[in-house]
Write a protein that binds this ligand. Structure first.
Ligand code: GSH
Length: 209
């Protein structure tokens, strides 16, 4: 059975959510954040030397990195569900969005988190962070302007990977919440699999980092 190493209120919620969408059984190993530092406990380093989640174990395979885990679960365990047909151009766009979440969009979110919680903020840095937050927020909103999902009329693993980031991004970026992003999040969060993942691993929306 797939084992998921899940840190509370974290990115690893994505993996639980996807496993629920795919109807795959999984075993949960839960970790609590340090109440002061919000960092992961040292026990997580036993499965990932970086001390970060998500981590999955599936037989002899151990994987870290949300995007790689989502790709693995869909290809190897999900029979291709929750992704477009690999022979289509939609699949290429799906891969782009899957990687975009952590590869590009997460950077300004993390920078914003670090300077607001750890100090070191300067006017030029704040201006640069805000510019990037707005740029990425608007990029995501434009992709969702038709009221659908990132690629096509149904959610894919790319939506699972980006939702966590986009919610933080929309909250951190200057200005009002973005209707296209908020509407998409509302639809995703209403899915029974999203609710089931909260039942198993807790609500990721409480405090994040
Ligand atoms: N790009 C990685 C990031 C992993 C990561 O930073 N995870 C955070 C959870 S949101 C973590 O474990 N933080 C705890 C810590 O750094 O102590 C992924 O998406 O899997």
């Amino acid at each position: 059975m797939i084992r998921v190493h899940h840190l509370e209120q974290s990115r690893s919620f994505r993996v639980l959510w996807l496993l629920e969408e795919l109807g795959l059984p999984y075993e949960l190993v839960e970790y609590s954040r340090d109440p002061k530092t919000r960092l992961a406990p040292p026990e997580l380093e036993r499965v990932n030397a970086l001390g970060k989640s998500p981590v999955i174990e599936d037989g002899a395979v151990t994987l870290i990195e949300s995007g790689a885990i989502i790709d693995y679960l869909i290809r190897r365990r999900g029979g291709g569900r929750f992704a477009p047909d690999p022979a289509t151009a939609d699949y290429d766009r799906y891969q782009m969005w899957l990687h975009y979440a952590e590869g590009s969009a997460m950077l300004p979110v993390m920078l914003n988190l670090y300077v607001t919680t750890r100090g070191g903020e300067t006017p030029p840095l704040r201006a640069r962070i805000n510019d990037e937050l707005v740029r990425h927020r608007d990029y995501i909103a434009a992709a969702l302007a038709d009221g659908g999902y990132l690629v096509g009329p149904a959610p894919t693993g790319a939506d699972v990977n980006l939702a966590f980031v986009a919610e933080l991004l929309d909250a951190a970026a200057p200005g009002a919440a973005t209707p296209a992003i908020q509407d998409w999040l509302t639809r995703l969060k209403a899915r029974p699999a999203y609710r089931a993942a909260i039942e198993r691993g807790g609500d990721p929306a409480l405090r994040r980092g």
